[in-house]
Design a protein. Structure first.
Ligand code: A3P
Ligand code: MG
Ligand code: MG
Length: 368
């Protein structure tokens, strides 16, 4: 088994002005409906309408429809969407990388998140590197996280996770505000919270010399999607955070902002709406953050716990390293352990594409 490692240290070699980036542009999209069935449409697109302050984010926890994600979906939905796009345009979606946004978020956060450990599988097919999450490692890590004992009397991990979905339900409407009844808006607090439905945007973007096609969920659109496909979309990312006013813990919030920023940066989401909550889950205030201003504000904060340009430059170097390393079929593992300065790439299977690529996709491409 061959093993090659990329050393994150010395981290300062990635400092300085950022490598060129290409504004993410949506090329395709898909939805999961209320049964989590794949649909090649925008039926699960949602719109933002401000929530009522004072709402209890714990309300309805007993009726939460939580998706069981024990099955490994690989890149299937993203590849189905690419096939449909290629059938429509008659052109292959060329890119150096195809992956889920979540994988890129983990990679970009490496320089400033020592606790972020991950395992991914990758393969190279027709000159493109496809990267998926290693599902077993993800489930194991989730179990660890859920086992972490909360302080006595403090809310459980499950409850804190529910707060995020509840906040979404309180902020979303199924159509533009003028097309939705007042009744609907006022009754959002009684809606059953569910995370089955999703709208996923598939974007083309670039970091330095690497071109990427990334798929990821977007929570909502601010107004509506523009008719002109060259115009940026006013996406909104919804997030909850404990109100640091109460704890004075600005540093914790600043560290959270690293993930908020990366996640939104990658899909070109310009606005993040943070619902600040009390320690016991009461929605206290809502703040709108402009994604592109976050790194500058953090830099000037005095704490400066992370540096956005450095994340971009690290990612540019790391992607160049992957392009030099993963040059053939077979299955490669990309692995980073907690507190390690190394990201390792190991060849696990000599040939084939593992389960990373669906048969449908490979067959489509081979006859294209
Ligand atoms: P918050 O981010 O407000 O906590 P996303 O923010 O990516 O749209 O995800 C929506 C919600 O899903 C999150 O809201 C959180 O409640 C839950 N969630 C996402 N990733 C999670 C994880 N790794 N563990 C637990 N809950 C998670
Ligand atoms: Mg989301
Ligand atoms: Mg969100």
């Amino acid at each position: 088994m061959s093993r090659i490692a990329f050393d994150i240290q010395p981290i300062n070699r990635f400092a300085g002005t950022s490598a060129a980036i290409r504004r993410p542009k949506e090329i395709a999209f898909f939805s999961y409906d209320e049964n989590h069935q794949f649909r090649l449409d925008d039926s699960s697109l949602r719109y933002y309408y401000p929530p009522r302050l004072g709402a209890d984010l714990s309300a309805g926890f007993e009726t939460f429809r939580q998706l069981d994600d024990a099955a490994d979906d690989h890149l299937d939905s993203l590849l189905r969407t690419l096939i449909a796009h290629e059938q429509k345009t008659g052109q292959r979606c060329e890119a150096d990388f195809v992956t889920w946004r979540g994988m890129m978020t983990k990679i970009m956060a490496v320089p400033f998140d020592n606790f972020n450990d991950f395992e991914m599988n990758a393969t190279c097919f027709q000159g493109t590197i496809f990267i998926e999450e290693n599902h077993e490692a993800k489930l194991a890590s989730r179990e660890q996280q859920m086992k972490q004992q909360s302080r006595p009397g403090a809310p459980s991990q499950e409850m804190m996770s529910y707060w995020g979905y509840k906040f979404e339900t309180l902020c979303l409407i199924p159509d533009t505000w003028d097309a939705v009844s007042r009744d609907y808006i006022e009754n959002r607090e009684n809606e059953v919270v569910s995370n089955y439905a999703q709208y996923c945007s598939v974007v083309r973007t670039g970091i330095c010399n690497a071109s990427l096609i990334i798929g990821g969920e977007v929570d909502a659109v601010w107004d509506c999607k523009p008719d002109d496909k060259d115009q940026p979309i006013n996406w909104v990312e919804l997030k909850t955070a404990q109100d640091f006013g109460a704890t004075g813990n600005l540093l914790t919030f600043e560290r959270k902002l690293l993930k908020f920023w990366i996640q939104s940066f990658l899909l070109g989401v310009p606005k993040i709406i943070v619902g600040f909550r009390s320690p016991d889950g009461i929605l206290q205030r809502v703040e709108e953050l402009e994604t592109q201003k976050i790194p500058g504000n953090v830099k000037r904060s005095g704490k400066a716990s992370w540096d956005g340009n450095l994340c971009i430059n690290f990612t540019a170097s790391f992607l160049a390293f992957l392009k030099e390393t993963i040059t053939s079929d077979g299955v490669w593992r990309i692995r980073r352990r907690r507190n390690s300065s190394l990201v390792e790439v190991l060849k696990m299977e000599e040939t084939g594409y593992g389960d990373i690529l669906s048969t449908e996709f490979v067959e489509w491409r081979q006859q294209m």
